[in-house]
Design a protein around this ligand. Structure first.
Ligand code: UDP
Length: 325
């Protein structure tokens, strides 16, 4: 614990959370978390990658309301809403999207973030930016600490996401320093779980849906690249602690258990008792070779320990996909 340790409200009944990207998988889970605590949540989304089903799930909570809009183009006038917390969780995040909608990604992270930060400035709300481990690019430092400045290829196919997220961090710090806006930044590492689209394109939804249907699991490259996978409820816990902390500097949030992608494929097949085989596909350009969060800062802040291991997380994700079909 340290001097920035989180201070949580006694009650969330009067608290208003604005969640950008509410139809997405992580923001949908964050929204539900605060609704379950009794808070009011206003969700924004343009459904470029989010799912209407996530909004339908949130609508069963009476204190949830939703406005369909593209925050990259502008946001509705929300100054009357007495917003306490603005969570900027709106951005396509699957590498598949980097090829399909690079300009939308750059717009939401630049213009969209500007619009939300301006609202935070006008309304006095606290602002949280959902940044990403992608700010480290293909890292030379392992595991990645928040002080590592990263190795991003601005010209490659991931540049649209990596650089616009880096820009969003710089924008957040500028609003903080220049206008005194209260800001927080989380750098989210690979996260998975219920609420994801089965066709999202990221590795866990791909492997789980392939294993469930008996299709070949597609390992890109030789599968020796690594990732560290965090179940969504653990991520939400980390975000919650950072939001209520007193520290504007970035926090890594994720799970430090690191797997090669090949081991991950074998693990999914075994955990789901699947008869699928493993095939190899071309490795996408600039695919980071190793990734694992150094969580020391978050651990010192709130004694953070992820609770859900990969087996349980895979099983819960598989149950969710099965229920959808
Ligand atoms: N990957 C894979 N097969 C897939 C999807 C992804 O082998 O069907 C690999 C991908 O090349 C990367 C890792 O899994 O090395 C994680 O990819 P993901 O798209 O989930 O996110 P990233 O961490 O690259 O942003």
């Amino acid at each position: 614990m340290n001097s920035h340790s989180p201070i949580f409200p006694e009650s969330y009944d009067q608290k208003v959370f604005l969640v950008a990207g509410a139809a997405g998988f992580v923001p949908g889970s964050v929204s539900e978390f605060y609704l379950q605590k009794g808070g009011r949540v206003i969700g924004l989304d343009n459904f470029v990658t989010g799912q209407r089903a996530n909004i339908e799930r949130l609508k069963k909570y009476p204190k949830f309301s939703f406005i369909e809009c593209d925050i990259g183009l502008g946001i509705p006038d929300l100054r009357e809403q007495k917003i306490d917390y603005i969570l900027n969780l709106a951005s396509p995040a699957s590498p598949v999207d980097f090829y399909k909608i690079p300009l939308e990604i750059m717009r939401v992270n630049s213009q969209g973030t500007t619009h939300l930060l301006s609202l935070a400035r006008e309304s006095g709300a606290r602002f949280l930016e959902a940044s990403t481990s992608e700010v480290y690019g293909d890292p030379e430092i392992h595991p990645q600490k928040e002080t590592y400045l990263g190795r991003v290829n601005s010209l490659g196919p991931r540049g649209c996401y990596d650089e616009s997220k880096r820009f969003a961090e710089a924008l957040t710090m500028s609003f903080h320093r220049h206008f005194g806006v209260e800001t927080r930044i989380v750098r989210i590492f690979n996260t998975y779980g219920p609420g994801m689209r089965a066709d999202d394109g990221r590795v866990i939804p791909n492997f789980v849906s392939q294993a469930l249907t008996g299709a070949d699991l597609t390992v890109y490259g030789d599968g020796r690249q690594t990732r560290s996978f965090c179940f969504v409820s653990d991520l939400v816990e980390g975000i919650h602690n950072v939001l209520f902390s007193g520290d504007p500097m970035p926090f890594n949030v994720g799970n430090p258990d690191e797997y090669t992608i090949m081991d991950c494929a074998r693990f999914v097949i075994e955990a789901l008792g699947s008869s699928s085989r493993i095939v190899h596909r071309e490795l996408p350009e600039d695919d980071p070779q190793r990734r694992r969060p150094d969580l020391t800062r978050l651990e010192k802040l709130c004694d953070f320990r992820p609770k859900v291991g990969l087996r349980e997380g895979i099983e819960r994700t598989a149950r969710y996909f099965k229920d959808l079909s």
